[in-house]
Design a protein around this ligand. Structure first.
Ligand SMILES: [Mn+2]
Length: 316
């Protein structure tokens, strides 16, 4: 192909934001971002389908990748690699958490920042196991309609020899496990956009949906920055933080959420944080319309990449 032509947005093999597909850890460059697809959706409580999320977000990301990030001008394509998807054996579901942890551990060991595409929200637990093994307990910045701190239904150990982790593959209780396993620092964790009742919030700090609306996006960002302070911080973004009008394609939609633009405004205010990884989860394309949700997912991921890219640029 002529090297003076730019490939149009509708053309080309789909990787996240057109990052090069580099599955071999030996070829990952320290300091870069490594995108990890996690096509897992056996832990949902309502609609399935998030196993198709990574593919849908990658597809929609080509529109986002067409130009540098606005307004920073950060060039996503220079920030790292797309490692492909974690190889998961869904016929042996208890093998899945260990497979996710092992793959993300490779990313962290290479000195890269994992950017994972879900998959349902359960995947954040095995990801955090790899991240915390390297960094220690991290601050969690958690955008969601749900706290995901409901008491686990089953706490039995999984059948022996089939991988690490709790037996309850549940996308509503994994942060209880994260707390009990010491993966996240409860004092530096903050949940934003919550609008579902939970009588045990584990004493975590919550900026719920009515509060977000009342104080505005700028103040929300300031509150997040103040709360996490310095130290390693991980972003987990459930796409159902957005209102179903902006993200219909998700497993457990809840009315009363936020626009994609409001999410962008908050994220844009989260520079200067010591980011060690991020995920965007719960995009379920079968319930989507016109790629609305997939584009939102790709956009959220790109906003976080711009934060990471801007930090790297400003610190040389
Ligand atoms: Mn949720």
């Amino acid at each position: 192909m002529e090297n003076d032509r730019v490939e149009p947005t509708f053309s080309g093999v789909r990787t996240m934001l057109r990052l090069p597909h580099v599955p071999e850890p030996a070829s990952w460059k320290a300091g870069g971002v490594a995108v990890v697809g996690v096509p897992f959706d056996l832990a949902v409580t309502n609609r399935p389908g998030a196993r198709f999320g990574p593919a849908a977000v990658r597809d929609a990301s080509f529109m986002v990748a067409d130009l540098a990030h606005y307004p920073t001008g950060v060039d996503h394509a220079a920030l790292g690699v797309d490692t492909g998807d974690v190889l998961l054996d869904l016929h042996h579901p208890y093998s899945v958490p260990g497979a996710i942890t092992a793959r993300v551990a490779e990313v962290v060991a290479a000195g890269c920042l994992p950017l994972s595409l879900g998959g349902d929200h359960f995947i954040t637990l095995p990801i955090l196991r790899a991240v915390a093994a390297h960094h220690g307990p991290v601050a969690l910045v958690h955008f969601d309609a749900h706290t995901d701190t409901w008491e686990p239904i089953a706490t039995d150990d999984p059948p022996s020899g089939v991988g690490a982790g709790p037996a309850d593959l549940n996308h509503g209780s994994m942060f209880v496990h994260a707390l009990r396993e010491g993966l996240i620092d409860p004092h530096r964790t903050i949940q934003v956009g919550i609008r579902t009742f939970n009588d045990d919030t584990r004493d975590l700090t919550i900026v719920d949906a009515p509060t977000v609306r009342r104080i505005g996006t700028e103040a929300v960002a300031a509150r997040i920055r103040d709360h996490v302070g310095s130290g390693p911080t991980y972003l987990t973004f459930d796409i159902d933080f957005l209102d179903p009008a902006y993200a219909p394609g998700t497993g457990t939609p809840v009315a009363g959420g936020f626009s994609t633009g409001e999410a962008q405004d908050i994220l844009a205010g989260l520079g200067g944080i010591d980011w060690v990884g991020a995920d965007v989860v719960e995009v379920s394309p079968a319930y989507d319309h016109g790629q609305v949700t997939a584009l939102a997912g790709a956009t959220v991921a790109a906003e976080w990449l711009a934060l990471v890219g801007a930090t790297r640029t400003s610190t040389g």
